[in-house]
Design a binder for this molecule. Structure first.
Ligand code: CTP
Length: 399
């Protein structure tokens, strides 16, 4: 990877020299950027010698021309040409500037122009680390999808003992490698409410009405959204698959329970994906005891369940609403119709009578009907791959 190593001013700045060496040994290219305060602790020449590159120290000019690249737009170029930004040590001041978008030196200006993964390794006095202002800034930065390598406990330069010592370099390098492998955290700050699987509508203690659904598509969307930094609330009917780690799972059985769980969790949601195969009908009454066979035929009276998606269409506010449609014919027509009538931003339509199986399958082929009027066919791919493409379209709709 091409890594920008930002060094801000703290006593731990000297440790960044060894860090630069380790990153280079792991096969990365390192461009060091130092804040003015960092220069008070370590000379730019140290990093220039280790990385074999001039060290960037200021946005407009520099007191040490031999160790500095200076150009008014350098920060944009550096942001575009690098894959990852690591700041170690990150001082309380640097964290505050990043959290609030202040751009008053090269590092903080470049940060705003940077689109790749960001890893922050803070180091500071333990009281500064524990101060509510620093906690709040860290929360903002984590919400933004940045990876924070917490400092270790130890004796600090100020003579106290506590959390604040820059994490071991090996830990920071491991975080960098992990962040490099992570997909873009473009769902950071989003809360995605997903419904998945079937519902079961009991007829008596041993029988129920249900829909065919494995839950795989909804769970794949949950996993993909989590990987991209979202908070995920998964309202799931009975399925035989394991929920992705990190999702808040609410298990329900009936359409009524699903409706209640959805509306109880609507408030924090910014995106709703209604993947569940909700039963459209339920037995009008549930027998308390098992209905015994008598040899005679039996008629069931069914009543409609609440249409959760249609109700969400009314109550969604500015949330992105994605519905699903399982159709046996006229896919595009019905998808567009559902988009309109249920007031969705996107309908993911499945042809369930095609040659390829949909139910319980690990792959899928769908047609997206978008509120922009566009129809986007997604070629057959794994449900995980399709999930990623659905999320890409959700982001486009949010812009
Ligand atoms: N849905 C819902 N509540 C219901 C039934 C369906 O929220 N009681 C949602 C599903 O989660 C899905 C979408 O509605 O996102 C489409 O479901 P589908 O059964 O294909 O369509 P219906 O609305 O039932 O319409 P139709 O009977 O015309 O196919």
């Amino acid at each position: 990877m091409r890594i920008v190593l930002g060094i801000s001013g703290g006593i731990a700045a000297y440790k960044a020299a060894e860090l630069a060496r380790l990153l280079i040994r792991n096969g990365h290219e390192v461009q060091a950027v130092m804040t003015r305060a960092a220069e008070e602790f370590v000379r730019p020449l140290t990093f220039a010698s280790l990385t074999g590159r001039k060290v960037i120290t200021d946005i407009f000019s520099s007191a040490s021309p031999d160790a500095t690249l200076s150009s008014a737009v350098e920060h944009i170029g550096v942001a575009q040409e690098h894959d990852l930004l690591l700041v170690a040590p990150a001082t309380a001041n640097t964290l505050a500037k990043f959290a609030h978008g202040m751009a008053d030196d090269f590092l903080s200006t470049m940060y705003l122009a940077f689109r790749g993964p960001v890893v922050l390794a803070p180091a500071m006095n333990n009281n500064m680390w524990e101060h509510p202002a620093t906690r709040a800034n860290l929360e903002i930065l984590k919400q933004r999808g940045h990876l924070v390598v917490d400092p270790d406990d130890g004796f600090l330069a100020c003579g106290t003992y506590g959390p604040g010592r820059l994490a071991e370099n090996e830990k920071i390098v491991a975080a960098v490698e992990r962040a490099g492998l992570r997909p873009a955290q473009d769902f950071a700050g989003e809360t995605v409410l997903i419904t998945a699987g079937p519902t079961q509508e009991p007829l008596d203690p041993v029988r129920y009405l249900t829909n065919r659904s494995s839950g795989k598509m909804g769970y794949a969307i949950a996993a993909a959204a989590l990987e991209r930094g979202a908070r995920v609330i998964l309202v799931s009917g009975p399925v035989n698959i394991v929920a992705p780690a990190g999702a808040s799972v609410i298990r329900i059985r009936t359409a009524r329970e699903m409706r209640d769980a959805v509306f109880a969790n609507l408030e924090p949601a910014t995106v709703i994906v209604k993947c569940a195969a909700v039963a459209d009908f339920r037995p009008a009454s549930e027998a308390a005891q098992k209905i015994k066979k008598t040899g005679a035929s039996v008629s069931l009276e069914l009543e409609p369940t609440a249409d959760i998606l249609a109700e969400l269409g009314q109550k969604r506010g500015s949330r992105v609403l994605v519905g699903f449609a399982a159709e046996t014919e006229n896919l595009a027509h019905y998808a567009r119709l559902k988009l309109e009538t249920k007031k969705c931003d996107m309908v993911v339509a499945n042809l369930v009578s095609g040659e390829e199986p949909v139910f319980d399958s690990d792959s899928n082929e769908v047609l997206l009907a978008l509120r922009t009027g566009e129809l986007a066919p997604l070629a057959r791919a794994s449900k995980r791959e399709i999930a990623g493409q659905i999320l890409d379209h959700i982001l486009k709709l949010k812009r």
